[in-house]
Design a binder for this molecule. Structure first.
Ligand code: GLN
Length: 427
């Protein structure tokens, strides 16, 4: 059985948002927007709860509220890359929804993993993946993507799959490989070439399923040069992929916890059957509001052809603002191609020795350097909260986290402005 003792600790998220609040720091740590969802999204929820005489306020079909499944099928089926791949999503059998990608992924692991099965994670990897593998009895295997950084480098260049290491790690016991693109925390978007190469490996192992976490799919900065490509659309990969996404990042509604998984009906059925015993069904009102929002998001929005184009343009401005601010503050930052995070090098910062001895509820012992940097930046100088990346690495690769921290830019202009002013005055 897996040793689960490490899971009894609070997570990095439980440490840094309270620490930021306690010290009045500008919170560029945990990634949640500090603005309301767009008016059409809020309106969708109002419409949903006010529907009279129908079932939106009662249990829904446990697999997925059908209007959401239909809206998602329409959405995926309308994407040229999905159509070109010959993929057609059937709302009745190819979609399951749950409480965010976090729960849908847990249910997916639980449905597929047997003791002894291995799961390959590309590091840095979102901190929830490995604990979920351990909880479901699997064995995580890690392949690092970090290479050397130079200021102004792009995340796509800096974070590269070590293909030899990956080939050496994947084997007939590998049940799942988790892919995350656009990637948290780096902002890397996997290229067509990289996805093709990955598909070549997947094709050699008939037992291997790819979980593709695409929650930042709508926040893409150069859709021509570095487009978001769903792994399910790579030839031969639909049957081998569970595509997971959610409403949280797209509609600035992380508290709605509405996520879904789209994939081959055989696996979707396993997940839907399992979910009946976990939460029976997920909130109908939220799913109904998201279904309405998905339909409305396709209409022109604020001078853009649709809401998604506006969202990407809005985030691009915020990315560029924070990139400039980090440069002016002397923190070499890695340019993200998508998502709402920037990783910046902190090798030049001097951190007082006593910070390493502070009580941290989530840091490994001894405290890694990125933790000390993040804590010091949050509570003392410049009072800007950031996230240390070591929770995104296994023990064997934690050293790679030492020299950088993660900033988020899903924040209003005034907060980003204040954060940048403080960063420039640092030291
Ligand atoms: N996904 C968000 C982040 O990386 C929040 C994660 C969480 O709070 N669990 O910041």
């Amino acid at each position: 059985a897996n040793d689960l003792s490490q899971l009894s600790k609070p997570t990095v998220w439980h440490e840094f948002t309270p620490l930021a609040n306690e010290h009045n720091a500008v919170n560029l740590g945990q990634g949640f927007p500090n603005w309301d969802p767009p008016a059409f999204v809020v309106k969708s929820m109002e419409e949903t709860v006010n529907v009279k005489g129908t079932s939106t306020n009662q249990y829904c079909r446990p697999q997925c509220h059908l209007p959401l499944a239909q809206a998602l099928a329409d959405d995926y089926n309308s994407r040229p890359s999905w159509a070109a791949a010959g993929v057609s999503v059937d709302p009745a059998s190819n979609v399951v929804s749950s409480l965010g990608v976090t729960q849908i992924m847990y249910i997916a692991f639980r449905s597929l993993i047997k003791p002894g099965d291995e799961v390959v994670l590309l590091e840095p990897a979102f901190d929830i993946y490995a604990p979920q593998v351990l909880l479901t009895g699997g064995s995580p295997r890690y392949v690092s993507m970090k290479t050397d950084t130079k200021a102004g480098d792009t995340a796509n260049e800096v974070f590269q799959v070590d293909w030899d290491a990956l080939e050496a790690t994947v084997n007939s016991k590998t049940r799942v490989l988790v892919l995350n693109s656009p990637h948290n925390p780096t902002g890397k978007i996997f290229s067509r070439t990289e996805l093709d190469r990955l598909a070549g490996i997947v094709a050699k192992y008939p037992n291997l399923i790819v979980f593709s976490d695409e929650v930042y799919e709508r926040i893409v900065f150069d859709p021509e040069g570095s487009p978001h490509i769903s792994f399910a659309t790579i030839p031969g990969m639909w049957e081998r992929t569970l595509t997971m996404s959610s409403a949280g990042k797209t509609f600035s509604a992380t508290g709605w916890k509405c996520g879904w998984c789209v994939g081959p009906s055989s696996i979707i059925k396993l997940m839907a059957d399992l979910q009946q015993w976990v939460n029976f069904s997920t909130p109908t009102v939220t799913q109904d509001a998201v279904a309405r929002s998905l339909v409305k998001a396709r209409s022109p929005f604020e001078g853009h052809p649709n809401f998604y184009a506006w969202l990407a343009a809005d985030y691009l401005k915020r990315r560029d603002f924070l990139m400039r601010g980090l440069e002016e503050a002397g923190l070499p930052a890695i340019v993200p191609a998508g998502g709402f995070f920037i990783c910046a090098e902190t090798g030049g910062l001097k951190i007082p020795d006593e910070v390493f001895l502070e009580d941290s509820i989530s840091a490994p012992d001894p405290m890694p350097r990125d933790y000390a940097v993040a804590r010091y930046m949050t509570h003392t100088d410049p009072k800007v909260a950031v996230i240390p990346p070591s929770p995104f690495y296994s023990k064997e690769n934690k050293g790679e986290a030492e020299g950088y921290v993660r900033f988020c830019f899903c924040k209003t202009d005034d907060l980003l402005q204040e954060g940048v002013e403080r960063l420039k005055g640092m030291g």
